[in-house]
Design a protein around this ligand. Sequence first.
Ligand code: URA
Length: 435
Amino acid sequence: MRMYDLIEKKKNGNPLSTEEIRWMIDGYTREAIPDYQMAAMLMAVCFCGMNARETYDLTLSMRDSGEIMDLSNIDGVKVDKHSTGGVGDKTTLILAPLVASLGVPVAKMSGRGLGHTGGTIDKLECFPGFRTELSMEEFSRNVNRIKIAIAGQTAALAPADKKLYALRDVTATVSQISLIASSIMSKKLACGSDAVVLDVKTGNGAFMKQEAKAVLLAKEMVKIGRTAGKKMAAIVTDMSQPLGNMVGNSLEVIEAIEALKGNGPKDLMDDVYALGQYMLTLSGYAANTDEAKEKLKNAIGTGKALDKLAELVEAQGGDRAFVYDPSKLAVAKKKLAVTAKENGYISGMDTQDIGTACMILGGGRETKQSVIDLSVGIEFKKKTNSPVRRGDTLAYLYFNDEKKGAQAKAIIEQAYHYSADMPEKTNTIRAVITE
Ligand code: URA
């Protein structure tokens, strides 16, 4: 086989065979196929697309390029959850202990934040001593003993995707649905859970800005997972404003703890309950979504879910006292208010810019190597639809560096839009894909 012929074939709009896709991904992972040829192939895929069979073959080839986690020594139906990423998305910190507190085994691999989006692993490291590098043995032992473990995703999982993603990033070939779906699902399948619930974000803070495209992506991923024998569901959720009221690592941990105590903001809890309902029904821990919601609410009301977070923190080397007294978490001391410039209503927020402002404060990574400041962030007092009067506090910035604070303040001021009339209210949950 020659890569040249495969590029020509795809360029002419023809589907690649299963063998050709396997050969290509294997060769690229072993560096037998150079970046320039793979870049040409990726661009051909952007123009000519891939059918469902090709997308599935690409997913499995990338899954098989590295280690596949064997969770067979963990009892029960293992359930995973994945978000395509957004601003203020701390749902895993709430959901994982919440669902685990009901007896569902949660064996979760998570990532770090990059660019304007945050990552669960960084947030968990706000608990001093918390270890996210666990041996497979410790990981399985913890899930069997306390029903939950959250570890950083190792480089050994789907290395072909890692290489391809880096190449897509510099060749303007990220935003193709088959490429995104296979990228995400190759890693999810390599993680070995029996059921996966996907949270596909849409809106100006998500990388899938248009809702119709987010729905297509969600459907494609559900189809791939099902074909691979997994139980699957997906929800498409709003990311046209930050999720919840806190953005920034320690601040989001504090908000997650409050949510586990029953004080979570509505948009965040809508997302948590929607995902949790499918995690419980897919894994057989609830007969239907109503029963699931009842159980989830009960676990929060009784404090069981909060106790599970404390168990998780302790089991992975952190101090459980931080869960019961989140004021111990390090939050930057310098604080600045952003105030309203007009009277009326907040009609919209530039969410990606808000994520960038948090990154500028030091709370996010510009490159994978950046060292981040877990203590900085933004607390929102007003979001879309809030009535405001000139001078009202819209948000507080928490920062350590005056220059960065001023820069972020200017971005947040610009990120708010106003209208004279109350804008139409929209739901956080935009679509549910269970078929
Ligand atoms: N996240 C991924 O892991 N892959 C993509 O292609 C896009 C987002």
